[in-house]
Ligand binder design. Structure first.
Ligand code: NAD
Length: 258
């Protein structure tokens, strides 16, 4: 039986570990050729190797999404290796958490360079080919921080709100030309980024327990649970889903607190 992404080509940024790695893995399992666009040469190369060992078509491109030229090179390498690009998953992201007035210029820029500029660099690079072929799906990994504010996490939610705006803008601009642009907004997902955040508290285990309790299923999410939705959005099963944002947070975002 053919996979749900059979013969498609996908590029996933930040796919060396965490959510991006799970997305790359699930995409390959569904038959896609996968380009691992990753800053860390060790995890990126290892991920591509793991996929190849499973018989998948995979390519590692060492790159930094903050550099527009790297974004263009990564897309060019994808096209060179596999002939087309059907799906771009903008997953690479970093936490930059401060009190607003204590946020330095450098920290503000570091956050926006990865979490928003990086996504735009990748979209700019990938869109021309998608528009030319008349089809494409872009999946942006947003966050609960794209629609809610947790005090002390500035300016991350500013960038993630912007990412939602970018998703909607591009989704509307190019819908009639066959390109869909959607976002996924995960709640807490069990990856290094979340564990590093808990490690900043005096009692990391208590902080993790607090995060688990915030989600109605009383647990946090798994990277594969985000990846399954990315597969759906990238596949031909979601042809009329555009400029949307799907929350993967066990319902946390709709709980009323007084
Ligand atoms: N884990 C969570 O709780 C959670 C919740 C909501 C949203 N997210 C979002 O999900 C995405 C993935 O997060 P994760 O939890 O897997 O994080 P992670 O830190 O485990 O993985 C991020 C990956 O991106 C790569 N990367 C970072 N900067 C890069 C750059 N400039 N260029 C290329 N690659 C770069 C890293 O090397 C790493 O492999 C991020 O956009 C994050 O904001 C995560």
């Amino acid at each position: 039986m053919a996979g749900r992404l059979q013969d498609k080509v996908a590029l996933v940024t930040g796919a060396g570990r965490g959510i991006g790695a799970a997305i790359a893995w699930c995409f390959a399992r569904e038959g896609a050729a996968v380009v691992i666009a990753e800053k860390d040469p060790e995890t990126g190369a290892a991920m591509a190797e793991r996929l190849q060992e499973q018989g998948a078509r995979a390519l590692f491109v060492e790159m930094d999404v903050t550099a527009r030229r790297d974004a263009e090179t990564a897309v060019a390498q994808a096209l060179g290796a596999f002939g087309r690009l059907d799906t771009l998953v903008n997953n690479a992201g970093i936490n930059v958490f401060h009190e607003p007035l204590e946020t330095s210029e450098a920290e503000w820029r570091r956050c926006f360079a990865v979490d928003l500029d990086g996504v735009w660099h990748m979209c700019r690079a990938a869109l021309p080919g998608m528009l030319e072929q008349g089809s494409g799906s872009i999946v942006n990994i947003a966050s609960s921080h794209s629609s809610t504010i947790i005090p002390g996490t500035f300016p991350y939610p500013v960038a993630k709100h912007g990412l939602l705006g970018l998703t909607r803008s591009l989704g509307i601009e190019y819908a009639a030309r066959g390109v869909r642009v959607n976002a996924i907004a995960p709640g807490y997902i069990d990856t290094s980024i979340a564990r590093d955040y808990w490690a900043t508290f005096p009692d990391p285990a208590a902080e993790r327990a607090r995060a688990e309790a915030l989600h109605p299923p009383k647990r946090i999410g798994r990277p594969e649970e985000v990846a399954m939705t990315a597969v759906f959005l990238a596949s031909d099963e979601a042809p009329f889903i555009n400029a949307a944002c799907i929350a993967i947070d066990g319902g946390r975002s709709v709980v009323y607190h007084d």
